[in-house]
Write a protein that binds this ligand. Sequence first.
Ligand SMILES: CC(C)(COP(=O)(O)OP(=O)(O)OC[C@H]1O[C@@H](n2cnc3c(N)ncnc32)[C@H](O)[C@@H]1OP(=O)(O)O)[C@@H](O)C(=O)NCCC(=O)NCCS
Length: 232
Amino acid sequence: MPFIISENIADEDFESLFAIQYKAFSNQPALKACYPGGHDEPAHSANVARFIKVLGWKDSNVAAAKVVDEETGEICAFATMRVYDENPFPGAKDSEIHLPQVDAGIRRAVEWTFNTKNNRRRGFEALQLPGPYCLLQVLGTDPARQRQGAATLLVEWAVRISDEKGARTVVEASRDAEKYGLYAKQGFRTVDTHLYVDEERFPGFDGMHVVTMVRGAVENSAAGNVALRFLG
Ligand SMILES: CC(C)(COP(=O)(O)OP(=O)(O)OC[C@H]1O[C@@H](n2cnc3c(N)ncnc32)[C@H](O)[C@@H]1OP(=O)(O)O)[C@@H](O)C(=O)NCCC(=O)NCCS
């Protein structure tokens, strides 16, 4: 298991990065629906392009790392992180995400899932924690290479960058990642859990389960009590 971590991501890596993301999050129907056709042609190129856009690859405040098998050169896992000088949540505009590529039968439910994230963001606003912030995103390991320490390397990378910047690290983790202790082992604590499903409006639709976790100075700040309110 000779893994190395690298921030050197080339354009030709995006095929592998998309494949990892698609396979790793295949149990999240709302995410999967955003990439209809997955890896199959003719949808593949459009999906990779969409994925690069979601990553915000050209944005100056996006950092990224991949975990590579040193022997084979294969990319096994990756993550991105948005770096903010100040808490990005207060005053941020509500999102109005439109996903024309999603199948018409579930499009409204999927859009609702992403746009309802506004409610989540308000939880962060209430935390009133001053910046800087590092927001860890799209962390995933190829299912064939899970349980070999790849994600742990990525969380260590995120923590190192955050510490260098004196920043808090925030992640909207999957329930699995929380259950595995991936973040808690490196000092993150849960401030909120949210299930993005509206059973009444969209019966049978399984949205996204997200656990918001923060690392750094929550318990010692005046906002610590507010953070705890969101635990319930
Ligand atoms: C969650 C995920 C990223 C973990 O990746 P990974 O590379 O397998 O993680 P690691 O090998 O570094 O394991 C980290 C810890 O989780 C535990 N773990 C990982 N998978 C596990 C499983 N299926 N069951 C129980 N524990 C598990 C490991 O034992 C390890 O614990 P340890 O530090 O005590 O040894 C991976 O399962 C994944 O990509 N899942 C789908 C997408 C997702 O949920 N991403 C997280 C978004 S925040």
